[in-house]
Design a protein around this ligand. Structure first.
Ligand SMILES: Cc1cc2nc3c(=O)[nH]c(=O)nc-3n(C[C@H](O)[C@H](O)[C@H](O)COP(=O)(O)OP(=O)(O)OC[C@H]3O[C@@H](n4cnc5c(N)ncnc54)[C@H](O)[C@@H]3O)c2cc1C
Length: 394
């Protein structure tokens, strides 16, 4: 939609072909229905892919400031929370509405329920054969997403057309997604949300880490820190590598501090208390039986009788709670995908294909994925605007 707006503002005649019954469905689900449409903190570190620096020339042309101004002009008054931007109305539908209004104002012709059968180059440009009409165009922009959240329309059905034009894809895997663990004890601790630091290890090497509110679920882990590390887990699992997540349930204390705290709780103030009682107020109640059991400590043992050695190994366990990651929750649950059309096949200034003249790409379909926090929509808006602009200008 932003690519169409950008091209139409430069007086191009634009036709938008959408295979579902309406455009922009995914926007409605973003930011828990509030649409976190960008973030004040920008920089290369928030973007991933084979070559994250690919985003730089795009953001130089249409970055954070331009995005805020673009949406403000359309009617979206920005509301900031810790650097995260939402529409003041806190309704994702507003973002979709203003985009649709602008498309209409510019006379962009939208064809919904349009099944694309073939995209072929012609002497003058492209012929797009569909279940409705055949369309002829000087330029063609693919902004079809990848395979995340396919019920919104991004189901990979355009990939065969992109491949037929000669392009290749970096491996597509779910990213910003929940992770499944092998351990069966998750059923007992499901529902817990806590400030936890998570480190991801692939073949024993730490690859990524994050801290924040992790959710323990019956299948494994969820929440923003999980999402942030998930693309690396998904890539490694696809390559059949061993993946572990190490959770620190007490990230606000060093191991030594935790040892001292446990010594106090058990040995100093533990008189008349069981081991279970001694941990109340430090860990969520559901976690206590698990932590004790995994350390071969009986819940009903007298707290003051526990050895220092046992307490230190309990501290070590809570600081490095290791779980085996065996899968992700898949494309259905993923907010975005990693992978996509290889950036080396595209011009980073214009987003035009280096293989087919007049062919452009925008958004998630390109091998760039952002961290959670407004970065994926920022990439979609920026790359859409730049692709539309160059397609119309050139
Ligand atoms: C639940 C959820 C919450 C999210 N929250 C946020 C957030 O708060 N902030 C953020 O930055 N990002 C968020 N994201 C990610 C963000 O929505 C995506 O990165 C972004 O929408 C990608 O835009 P896109 O235009 O490239 O692809 P998409 O939004 O996937 O759009 C692709 C379009 O192409 C159409 N299409 C696909 N194949 C064909 C075909 N063969 N023929 C015709 N049409 C086709 C699809 O139907 C769809 O309309 C969230 C995603 C999800 C799923």
């Amino acid at each position: 939609m932003v690519a169409a707006i950008s091209a139409a503002r430069r007086k191009a005649t634009v036709i938008l072909l959408e295979h579902t019954d309406r455009v922009g469905k995914k926007i409605l689900s973003t930011g828990n229905g509030k649409c976190n449409y960008t973030n004040k903190e920008q920089g290369l570190r928030y973007y991933r892919g084979e070559n994250p620096a690919f985003v730089l020339p795009v953001f130089e042309q249409f970055g954070f400031e331009e995005t805020i101004a673009f949406f403000k002009e359309l009617g979206i008054y920005p509301k900031e929370r810790n650097g995260y931007f939402y529409p003041a109305s806190e309704q994702a539908a507003a973002v979709l509405d203003v985009l649709r209004m602008e498309l209409e104002r510019l006379g962009v012709y939208i064809v919904t329920e349009c099944q694309i059968k073939e995209v072929k180059t012609t002497k003058k440009g492209f012929k797009i054969t569909t279940n409705q009409e055949n369309y002829y165009a000087d330029k063609c922009i693919f902004a079809c997403g990848l395979k995340a959240f396919p019920k919104s329309g991004s189901d990979g059905s355009a990939f065969s057309h992109i491949k037929a034009l000669g392009h290749t894809f970096a491996d597509i895997v779910p990213a910003l997604v929940q992770l499944k663990a092998k351990q069966t004890f998750f059923k007992a601790i499901a529902g817990i949300r806590s400030d936890i630091s998570v480190e991801l290890y692939v073949e024993g090497k730490m690859i990524s880490k994050d801290r924040g509110e992790v959710q323990l679920t019956e299948y494994g882990i969820s929440g923003i820190p999980t999402f942030q590390i998930s693309r690396y887990a998904a890539k490694a699992l696809k390559q059949k590598k061993t993946v572990k997540a190490v959770l620190d349930f007490v990230p606000y204390m060093s191991k030594e501090e935790l040892c001292q705290e446990l010594e106090k709780r058990f040995l100093q103030y533990g008189e008349g208390k069981t081991c279970e009682d001694a941990l109340v107020g430090l860990f969520q109640k559901k976690l206590i039986p698990l932590f004790l059991k995994e350390n071969q400590i009986s819940l009903k043992d007298k707290a003051e009788q526990l050895s220092k050695k046992k307490l230190h190994s309990l501290a070590a366990y809570c600081k490095a709670f290791s779980i085996d990651i065996i899968d992700t929750k898949g494309f259905e649950q993923a907010q975005v995908c990693a992978g996509g059309v290889k950036t080396e096949e595209l011009c980073s200034e214009t987003l035009e294909s280096q293989l087919v003249s007049g062919l452009y790409f925008a958004g998630e379909v390109i091998d760039i994925d952002g961290m959670c926090g407004g970065y994926n929509l920022q990439w979609a808006w920026s790359s859409g605007y730049v692709a539309g602009m160059h397609a119309a200008q050139d």
